[in-house]
Design a protein around this ligand. Structure first.
Ligand code: SAM
Length: 221
């Protein structure tokens, strides 16, 4: 094959690959769209489909049977997580707003998940997290109060088994953070970046853009 042919082949491959990853591949079905509508009505912004697909991927790769979610909202992220989790996996999801969790529960029921797969805890995240068992979880996902992210990360390190993964939602890259206005949220975001980079109990996944900040829990004590 000459150089042009090779280039064309590569272009052809690239086109198909991009097609596969195009938004149509990430289209949300009726269950997710209903949950998204409810979340938007409540004013609690649901995760976007790419983040949802990343959570489903993580839950699948980890064969997650025990997941903690901080910030149930109306259940968009929960639906994505459940789709990746093991068939008998239990999603423990915390939210301060009972109305949000009622909507999420209705969506989980509509999607056919039995109540035994859901542990929805109504409460303040930093009060509920200490009650959850050490080293018992495969995945911790946080999407609640940004200023509390450093403390969610501390909790996640305690809750995760070795090889478990923590994902923090809506985190800008370290470079993007440079242009953020100084304040409690920026400080919290900087702190989680530093912790992911420096804490020997964490192995961070580099970020390309604002979105999920992901790190795996090592076996270090
Ligand atoms: C952005 S929404 C979550 C959206 C959800 N992850 C989804 O994709 O559908 C944030 C949620 O966190 C909850 N929340 C905020 N602060 C909290 C706290 N300190 N403790 C528990 N829940 C909290 C809010 O009530 C809200 O439902």
């Amino acid at each position: 094959m000459n150089g042009d042919g090779g280039t064309a082949a590569r272009r052809g491959f690239a086109t198909r690959a991009v097609g596969y990853l195009a938004p149509s591949h990430l289209d949300e079905d009726e269950v997710l769209l209903d949950a998204r509508t409810r979340g938007t009505e409540f004013g609690c912004a649901p995760i976007d489909p790419a983040e949802g697909a990343a959570l489903r991927f993580l839950a699948t790769a980890l064969r997650a049977r025990a997941v903690v979610e901080i910030g149930t909202g109306a259940g968009v992220s929960g639906q994505w997580l459940l789709r990746g989790m093991a068939p008998d996996g239990v999603l423990t999801s915390i939210d301060i707003e009972p109305e949000h969790q009622r909507a999420a529960r209705a969506g989980f029921r509509e999607a056919g998940y039995p109540s035994g797969r859901l542990r929805l805890i109504n409460g303040i995240a930093l009060e509920v997290l200490p009650r959850l068992a050490d080293g018992a979880y495969d995945l911790v996902f946080a999407d609640a109060a940004t200023v509390e992210y450093p403390r969610y990360l501390d909790a996640a390190i305690r809750l995760l088994r070795p090889g478990g993964v923590v994902a923090l939602c809506g985190v800008p890259t370290a470079d993007e953070l440079d242009s953020y206005e100084a304040g409690p949220e920026a400080r919290a975001l900087l702190e989680v970046h530093q912790a992911c980079r420096e804490d020997e109990r964490l192995v961070p996944l580099p970020q390309a853009t604002t979105g999920l900040l992901i790190a795996a829990r090592t076996a270090a004590a």
